[in-house]
Design a protein around this ligand. Structure first.
Ligand SMILES: Cc1cc2nc3c(=O)[nH]c(=O)nc-3n(C[C@H](O)[C@H](O)[C@H](O)COP(=O)(O)OP(=O)(O)OC[C@H]3O[C@@H](n4cnc5c(N)ncnc54)[C@H](O)[C@@H]3O)c2cc1C
Length: 431
């Protein structure tokens, strides 16, 4: 083991991945996590690497950018991906996990690693380098203020989580099992007639929302918009979004709209309402979502909530390996850098750890380039040109286009993916 100690702050998706990557490279890692003593409004479990909302890590196909990102991370021995694969639950073409099993297994790996020491405490000051800060979108107030002060910028926008209901409370006589386009039967589908949809829609847009006890006007992130905010954009907007019926028609039934429920735990006792992030008051969630066929008597084991989300003005502050431009040896990782999503957050933890290792060995940063999904995220957060920088999911749109023009989208993405995986495979020898 190296004599060198590295601090990692925050043991979520990014922090656990970073700690593991550093530990397996021989560094002694001091991992700081404020749970279980102190929890953000969205964190409920005492385990590390908690999934605060959906249990889905999204598509697992390489023709989809987040599927490609996963394939690249598997090549780089990602802890988060290995455990996600171990704890997966049925979800069509997506990688969804048993929420508790996933967090417990990552916790076990971290606690049992001889090079990692877990300190259960809140960090309120930026630690001395070498350090990786990965305290997430719900960074505790004291540290968020310290970051604001240090970098002279406000660091907030708003995000929302979807409710979870118990399987036993769903009226299965009204619900059918199917995945879209006949790809299996992993989802529970609540079909609505036209009349049911419009009654639901009217109730949703007039329902009472919870007050936000926060000090600035909410800016809502487009990728995680509360369902009631989306509904207010137009009476049919939901039918093209989370309630779209396409691919779920049956021989006997062509629903006007469909609400989908996705399995949330290994045993199939819990289901989340897909795309129904919300800021409605809890009583209103019970009343309005109770109008969904099959959910009339649903037991809500967790209500949807809306939260502050903290991220840095990364294009001003960070390099593509997530290292602070002005403080050598200080790296950031996870959602607070402006990557969005569980997999993206873990991937930035992996890259920050690789960057830290190279920094400590006196080597230049390793550039995965925007030809790969994992590299494109680093380049996005470090080089976004406008004033309206916002967290970003991985997409083919932030990757470098192919030199050769391929009209067919599927073919184009397949070639991009093949090229990216080749690059990552080669670079994995150097990290
Ligand atoms: C309400 C909500 C819902 C979301 N839903 C989804 C979703 O469905 N799908 C998706 O892909 N992404 C979702 N995200 C976005 C994001 O991908 C996740 O939040 C993800 O967990 C981010 O990973 P992270 O490692 O950056 O942060 P986290 O996983 O949040 O980890 C940060 C850790 O740092 C700890 N911490 C915070 N401050 C301190 C401190 N001062 N000292 C010590 N420890 C500290 C926290 O307790 C936490 O364990 C959601 C975000 C929010 C806020």
């Amino acid at each position: 083991m190296s004599e060198l100690r590295v601090s990692v702050v925050g043991a979520g998706l990014a922090g656990c991945e970073a700690a593991y990557q550093l530990a397996k490279r021989g560094y002694c890692v001091d991992l700081y996590e404020m749970k279980p003593e102190k929890k953000s409004p969205a964190h409920k479990s005492d385990a590390l690497c908690e999934l605060v909302c959906s249990n889905s890590l999204r598509s697992d196909r390489v023709e989809n950018a987040v599927g490609l990102l996963k394939a690249e991370m598997r090549l780089l021995d990602s802890l988060v991906l290995r455990i996600a694969d171990e704890t997966r639950v049925p979800a069509g073409g997506a990688l969804a996990v048993d929420r508790e099993g996933f967090a417990n297994r990552v916790t076990e790996e971290i606690l049992n690693h001889p090079n990692i020491v877990l300190h259960s405490e809140e960090v309120v000051r930026l630690p001395e380098p070498p350090a990786i800060i990965a305290t997430g979108p719900l960074t505790s107030d004291a540290l968020a203020e310290e970051l604001s002060r240090t970098f002279g910028e406000p660091l907030h926008f708003y995000d929302a989580a979807a409710p979870i209901v118990s399987f036993d409370s769903i009226d299965m006589t009204k619900v059918f099992r199917a995945s879209r386009y006949g790809r299996g039967d992993d989802y529970l589908n609540c079909p609505m007639t036209r009349d049911e949809y419009f009654a639901f829609y009217r109730a949703l847009i007039t329902a009472e929302t919870a007050e936000l006890h926060l000090f600035e006007t909410p800016r809502v992130f487009e990728g995680c918009m509360p369902v009631e905010v989306m509904a207010k954009r137009g009476e049919l907007t939901l039918c093209y979004g989370p309630m779209k019926p396409v691919g779920l028609e049956t021989e006997h039934n062509v629903p006007f709209a469909v609400v989908q429920l996705r399995q949330d735990d290994k045993d199939g006792r819990l289901f989340n309402i897909v795309g129904f992030q919300t800021n409605l008051k809890f009583g209103e969630q019970k009343r309005v979502f109770g109008m969904i066929p099959g959910l009339e008597h649903a037991e809500f084991v967790r209500y949807g909530v809306m939260h502050r989300n903290t991220f840095l003005p990364s294009p001003k502050l960070l390099n593509y390996d997530y290292q602070a431009k002005s403080v050598p040896g200080l790296f950031f990782a996870g959602q607070m850098t402006g990557v969005e999503g569980y997999v993206e957050s873990a991937s930035s933890g992996l890259i920050a750890a690789v960057g830290m290792d190279r920094y400590l060995r006196g080597l230049p940063p390793l550039d995965f380039t925007a030809k790969t999904a994992i590299g494109s995220l680093g380049h996005y957060v470090a080089e976004y040109p406008g004033d309206d920088f916002q967290p970003m999911n991985v997409t083919f749109g932030i990757m470098d286009p192919l030199k050769k023009r391929i009209r067919n989208k599927r073919e184009r993405y397949a070639v991009l993916a093949e090229q990216a995986l080749e690059i990552v495979k080669n670079l994995s020898q150097s990290c």
